[in-house]
Design a protein around this ligand. Structure first.
Ligand SMILES: Nc1ncnc2c1ncn2[C@@H]1O[C@H](COP(=O)(O)OP(=O)(O)OP(=O)(O)O)[C@@H](O)[C@H]1O
Ligand SMILES: [Mg+2]
Length: 244
């Protein structure tokens, strides 16, 4: 199976319904190692739900998920994290009463036994996201942009080989956006495999190698960023709205 040698994630026939709502419907795609796969779609398209399915927070109603050639469909989120899948949350979820460093240490728990080991492991990630000066600040004292940085550090501290980023720039003040985009660009340059949810068309086009367009839980298109940007539905939903 040489053609699939570089494949890190495979999703087939994936679906989930919440009562009568089909939030993700028969979605299939693969992601190659080292690639940035951009996920585009309007509000409610099912992007975060897809992340929940890949990370194991939700069990699909149908379909299967393979990570590094192994079926992980039935594994819970902790075991998937240990296998190398990490994610950030659209609404950040740090331990509010813990410090920045402690939050990252807690994420590193997966890989380390002693407190000293965890602290040593956390340091580089706190620095990587530019929060060294906030190391001892409580998570609840951070700005939204800083909280997004903490999310990234927490995800990276688990030692992922696949990282799901859910709107890293979402809800963040304008001034913090370029720094966050730079951080994602650095992860990309270092060869991290990323699935990126991002509403800003220019940003997602610049960062992605391939993109998938999702609407009402269904995959409408997949391809290079230019082709996705030119897709009639994307034009209608994004560019039309942007020019309105
Ligand atoms: N746990 C849940 N229970 C019931 N419905 C849900 C649940 N999670 C998501 N949904 C619904 O599934 C649909 C897809 O939601 P999802 O959050 O995945 O969209 P999204 O593409 O991430 O949107 P946004 O761009 O606003 O973040 C929505 O209609 C949402 O209301
Ligand atoms: Mg979402």
């Amino acid at each position: 199976m040489t053609a699939e040698r570089d494949e890190i994630l495979r999703v087939e026939g994936l679906g989930i319904r919440f009562g009568g709502l089909v939030a993700v419907n028969d979605v299939a795609f693969t992601v190659r190692r080292g690639e940035v796969f951009g996920l585009l779609g309007p509000n409610g398209a099912g992007k975060t739900t897809l992340f929940n399915l890949i990370a194991g927070a939700l069990r699909p109603t149908s379909g299967r998920i393979w990570f590094e050639g192994r079926d992980v469909t039935r594994l819970g989120p902790d075991r998937r994290s240990r296998r190398g899948i990490a994610r950030t949350f659209q609404i950040t979820q740090p331990f509010a009463e813990l410090t920045v460093e402690e939050n990252v240490m807690a994420a590193a728990l997966v890989r380390h036994r002693s407190l000293a080991e965890m602290r040593a492991a956390a340091g580089p990630f706190v620095e990587m996201v530019g929060l060294a000066h906030k190391r001892h600040a409580l998570a609840k004292e951070l700005s939204t942009g800083q909280r997004k940085r903490l999310e990234l550090a927490r995800a990276m501290a688990t030692g992922p080989r696949l990282l799901l980023l859910d709107e890293v720039t979402g809800g963040v003040d304008q001034a913090s956006i370029p720094g966050l985009i730079d951080l994602v660009a650095r992860l990309r340059a270092e060869g991290m495999t990323l699935i990126l949810v991002e509403h800003n068309m220019r940003v997602i086009m610049r960062l992605s190698d391939r993109m998938m367009f999702l609407n009402r839980g269904e995959k409408l298109a997949e391809g290079p960023p230019d082709a996705i940007a030119a897709h009639p539905d994307v034009v209608g939903l994004y560019l039309g709205a942007a020019h309105a």
